[in-house]
Design a protein. Sequence first.
Length: 202
Amino acid sequence: MDIFGDHAVSCGKSGFGDRHLGTQSFFCQVLTQARIPHDREVDVAGNGRRPADVLLRAWDGRRDLAVDLTIVHPNPATGRPLRGSAATFLKDKGEQKNRESADSCGRMGVDFSPMVFDTWGGLHGAGKEVVKAVFARCTASLLPGARPAAVGALRQGLAVQLGRSVARQLEALMMVSTETPAWWAAALPATPAYTAAGNPQW
């Protein structure tokens, strides 16, 4: 991975929970503002997997909607190139989430939607529809001319929250260890030797 943090934001040990919880909290704040009933971390199927990071109560007027919030980096930790685009990667991750949880939620009478972000703010198609609907409800009381700007501000707020979470994650990663990580050290220039006159000799 490169020196700008791609390895760090791909690594499962580098603060995934922080960026996940920060984005979840912002989304729940928007739900509260829109007066949409919801709960966090609901074990819908009773199997301990908690597919509902956020459970939207009576989302379509009758059925609850379990939203599985996932944040991934399009570049795999192996460093191998992607097959296709970052958008394809997000789509594949969303389909994986559907395979894991959609049926078990459906058996409990609950709809399911993955909300898959990449670390730089890209969002999987199914999640886009949920976010779009939530933002529409949140701005419904505004005059029509004011709604586009308000929705834009909400989208920007969500992206900024995710960006801040990733930045805190990278900062924490750099401060945790007193040793330079091998992947970072390999990208740094070599330390020069010095001549008798004190000049660097590369």
